[in-house]
Design a binder for this molecule. Structure first.
Ligand SMILES: [Zn+2]
Length: 53
């Protein structure tokens, strides 16, 4: 059996679809992640959404 991996998700910019961040998803965080993060490509703070594998 494979070792248990921490559930981790990628955060994708809602505007340019660039994947800018990787983050670990904690057990308490259910559902979709929505975070305001700085996007280098857009050069401003954009809502980033969780990207499913
Ligand atoms: Zn962007």
């Amino acid at each position: 059996m494979a070792a248990k991996k921490k559930p981790y998700v990628k955060l994708q910019c809602a505007i340019c679809k660039n994947i800018n961040y990787n983050t670990h998803k904690s057990k308490t965080m259910e559902g979709k992640l929505d975070l305001i993060k700085f996007c280098k490509k857009c050069r401003k703070r954009i809502k980033h959404k969780e990207l499913k594998k």
